[in-house]
Design a protein. Structure first.
Length: 527
């Protein structure tokens, strides 16, 4: 009998079902504002870009200088990337002579006290976001919060899950539960195979030596201001980037939505002794939202998350419980320093094929032992992915990274063909072929290209980052927006500022009560 992937592909090849291969794609791109020396900008979030609290497409992540561009969700990644390009061009029209940093890892950073935490105004909601970031500074240091990434938001048509369930399941589960279970199955496969993404797209094999703030490390020296590992693909995704002892034992189980929600619920309610010693206030000022393992669920640094658009005042966990999983957010992608918007269209086409493969392939539950193995495969790939002869673990045995990667691409190929059949053209298959070339030749990977560029420019990560940032700035500034596009963004900015002002002008209870209500999840009365 054909395996599950083959049966599902055959079902989706039928004319009546091909439309269900749609879904939506969105991108969140983080990027630091820097000056022409490559140093963090000392200016506040530009008011010409609108309110970081309420603007739907331009906000800040952790630091006041860490911009985040959020595209609308589109049915074609090509349209998504065009929207992302437009946001960049608008930002450059309002940034004066500042630049957007081209790398995931920051360049030369100032002292901790001189990295400003993002400000969101005086409303209770704005203060909640700010105090949460104070807590992150306390727990992990500010340098780590200056790391940038690309988040890839991915959904499939709701009818797809129902079609598959109708052909495969005799259970009477609701459409919501079927969809949630299907996205969790997708996430389990992503965890099995996401090491491949780090090999193919990791682009942070080096970092500025000052980033580590004197922490112990086992990196090699490339130049006076740059550390690296010779075979690394993504130091951003290694223990040098998102490092965190409190979360080390936190593994939200992806075997069911209930498991996932329960694990995060426990983490936001479980005290952690080192944080409890710090307390929530100092000299009468809030310094973190709680002393628990996580202040809020978004603090969990996972490579992928099940998501649901939240309503005002609602917590992510509540949204998932009430309405189920709506899409997944892939969080492990480095910013591509060779692409002005940080990600290329071929990369998007490959991600679509890879994620659809993860959604359609068999996906058994994950044991604790398997989870540890997947984590180890990922960790090995980010630090040593291009090492000749590197092996990973699969089903208790060693397998060469290259051999396993080639096997995966062969399994993804019919998925890419199906997408090309629906979309027209050969873009998905072409992207697969481009990834096969990287597997055959590690020197073709972005991480190897970065190291070559560094060595050709004196080995300085900061100098390379600045050079790429200036190139990208010239690319965007040479293509100003049309008047109607500028008008659209100016209107968004004005509306967002008005919304923030209205929130701040409205009567508010005390911030202490607001935090208590948020922690007790009583802000939202939806049922």
């Amino acid at each position: 009998m054909p395996n599950l992937l083959t049966r599902r592909l055959a079902l989706l090849t039928e004319d009546a079902n091909r439309a269900l291969l749609g879904g939506l794609r969105g991108i969140e791109r983080e990027t630091l504002r820097v000056d022409h020396a490559g140093h963090l900008a000392s200016t506040p979030h530009p008011i010409a870009l609108g309110s970081a609290l309420t603007h739907p497409e331009i906000t800040t992540d952790y630091a006041e200088t860490l911009l985040e561009f959020i595209t609308p969700a589109e049915s074609d990644i090509a349209v998504t990337l065009d929207k992302l390009d437009t946001v960049h061009r608008h930002a450059y029209s309002r940034l004066g002579d500042e630049l957007l940093w081209s790398q995931s890892m920051p360049g030369e950073l100032p002292s901790e006290q001189d990295i400003e935490i993002a400000n969101y105004g005086s409303s209770n909601m704005g203060m909640l976001k700010h105090v949460y970031r104070r807590g992150l500074a306390l727990r992990y240091g500010k340098a780590m919060q200056c790391i940038a990434g690309i988040h890839y938001n991915y959904s499939l048509a709701e009818g797809l899950w129902q079609l598959l369930a109708a052909h495969e399941s005799a259970s009477a589960a609701s459409a919501k539960d079927v969809q949630s279970a299907s996205y969790l199955a997708t996430i389990r496969n992503f965890r099995r195979y996401s090491w491949l993404l780090m090999y193919l797209f990791g682009a942070s094999p080096a970092l500025a030596s000052g980033f580590l703030r004197g922490r112990a490390h086992k990196l090699d020296t490339l130049s006076g201001d740059t550390l690296y590992l010779p075979y690394a693909t993504s130091l951003r995704m290694s223990d040098l980037g998102y490092q965190n002892d409190a979360q080390s034992g936190l593994r939200p189980h992806e075997n069911s939505l209930d498991d996932y929600v329960n694990a995060l619920t426990n983490a936001v309610n479980e005290p952690y002794a080192p944080y409890a010693e710090l307390g929530t206030r100092k000299d009468g000022e809030w310094i973190q939202l709680s002393t628990n393992v996580l202040q809020i669920e978004n603090e969990y640094y996972s490579t992928i998350r099940p998501k649901r658009v939240i309503r005002t005042g609602e917590r992510p966990i509540q949204a998932l419980c009430l309405r189920g999983v709506q899409y997944i957010e892939v969080r492990c992608m480095d910013v591509d320093p060779f692409e002005p918007v940080g990600i290329s269209l071929p990369t998007g086409r490959f991600l679509d094929a890879f994620l659809l493969f993860c959604a359609l392939d068999e996906s058994a539950p994950i044991s604790n032992e398997q989870s540890a193995c997947y984590t180890a495969n990922f960790a090995r790939t980010v630090k040593e992915g291009r090492r000749p002869g590197l092996t990973l673990r699969r089903d208790g045995e060693d397998i060469g990274l290259q051999a396993w990667g080639e096997e995966l691409l062969a399994r993804i190929a019919p998925v890419a063909a199906l997408l090309d059949e629906r979309h027209g053209g050969t873009e998905h298959a072409d992207s697969l072929a481009a990834q096969a070339r990287k597997l055959a030749d590690p020197d073709a990977t972005p991480s190897a290209r970065v190291l070559r560029a560094l060595r050709a420019n004196g080995g300085s990560f900061a100098a390379f980052g600045l050079q790429q940032s200036e190139r990208h700035a010239a690319f965007f500034r040479a293509r100003p927006l049309l008047p109607e596009q500028s008008s659209y963004f100016d209107q968004l900015a004005a509306t967002s500022l008005a919304e923030q002002h209205a929130m701040e002008a409205a009567p508010q209870g005390s911030f202490d009560d607001y935090v208590a209500a948020y922690r007790a999840s009583t802000l939202c009365s939806h049922t």
